[in-house]
Write a protein that binds this ligand. Structure first.
Ligand code: BG6
Length: 321
């Protein structure tokens, strides 16, 4: 259940994929959207266990594929506990990953506990986004949030303003439910919205770590950034028997074609206004750049293609019990 590529028609790829990724069974794919579960980062008690959990190394089965309305394709994949997983993580579980590919990308993971004892888990939709030049990138939507700085012994700090990346960054932002936008000068922004997640990880390995990672090109840090929809740190979830938890991420990009359509529409409106006598005023507005491209509202809010199952019961955040 690893999305490796997403490229809406007529657009550049939205996700970053390492040219050095090995695509073998023994190690995770480097890029796209690896799924981290049931732990995030190193295993809390046994560092010999795989980093970021078991899900991204597992073979899932395809449970359903369907063509939805419009150009959207839906895929549902399933993975559950087995003798092998029980040896490492002794819990019964079922995971369903629903992915909708269309103009937007929706990823929706439902975690269920069919067993007779509770378990605690962390999750990350570890999304690698493609950018043209990290120096031109601003990440908006996390200003004022607390974050745990993983490069400074998890010291809790406050984000001042938007995020610019000019060095290694590895942070878990806390209490984050709002949309995050990856803006890049001269390119359409990428919008990330979510439900079932109150933490967000921002990661860029920068120069030295890129060189250390075997499956990562040395200059790869310049063209990617991870903004991960997570249940990590204070946001891990406890699932009682029969309980489920859904975590969902919607990714959309302001479409250049739609942007130019919008700009043309604005120009038409302006000329109509001019015809009604507002000529002078609208010329002044135009000279201030009134045809600036903004994300269409529908691209920010349309999450209708993959609604969470109505019966989904949300599990408790770790600290709320
Ligand atoms: C991020 C972590 O989510 O994933 C980083 O915060 C980590 O600490 C990165 O380096 C990549 O992890 P991995 O296991 O795919 O190399």
């Amino acid at each position: 259940a690893h999305v490796v590529h997403f490229q809406p028609r007529g657009q550049d790829p939205v996700l970053w994929m390492s040219s050095e990724s090995r695509f073998d069974d023994a190690q995770p794919i480097r890029g796209g959207v690896p799924l981290c579960w049931p732990w995030f980062g190193a295993h809390p008690a046994d560092s010999s266990l795989p980093q970021h959990g078991l899900a991204r190394l597992a073979n899932w089965e395809v449970a359903k594929t369907s063509q939805m309305t419009g150009d959207t394709t839906e895929l549902i994949m399933r993975w559950g506990d087995s003798a092998a997983t029980q040896q490492v993580w002794p819990h019964a579980f079922e995971l369903l990953m629903r992915v909708c590919f269309g103009e937007e990308l929706t990823l929706e993971l439902t975690i269920s506990n069919p067993g007779d004892k509770a378990f605690e888990c962390a999750t990350a939709l570890h999304t690698y986004f493609a950018v043209e030049n990290i120096a031109d990138v601003t990440i908006v939507g996390l200003a004022g949030r607390r974050f745990m700085d993983q490069l400074d012994n998890d010291t809790v700090k406050i984000q001042s303003g938007s995020i610019r990346i000019g060095q290694e960054v590895d942070r878990v932002y806390l209490d984050t439910e709002d949309e995050v936008v990856i803006e890049e000068t001269g390119r359409p922004a990428i919008h990330i919205s979510k439900t079932g997640s109150k933490s967000t990880v921002v990661w860029n390995p920068w120069i030295a770590k890129s060189q250390r990672m075997e499956d990562f090109p040395d200059l790869g840090y310049q063209t990617m950034v991870c903004v991960e929809t997570t249940n990590a740190e204070t946001d891990t979830r406890v699932l009682e028997p029969s309980q489920s938890h859904g975590i969902r991420q919607l990714v959309s990009r302001a479409h250049p074609y739609r942007c130019s359509q919008l700009a043309r529409r604005r120009q038409r409106l302006e000329s109509i206004k001019q015809g009604r006598g507002g000529r002078q005023r609208s010329r002044q507005r135009n000279s201030r750049g009134s045809s600036e491209c903004r994300t269409p509202r529908s691209a920010r809010t349309n999450i209708a293609c993959c609604n969470a199952p109505a019966t989904l019961r949300s599990a408790s955040p770790r600290n709320s019990a």
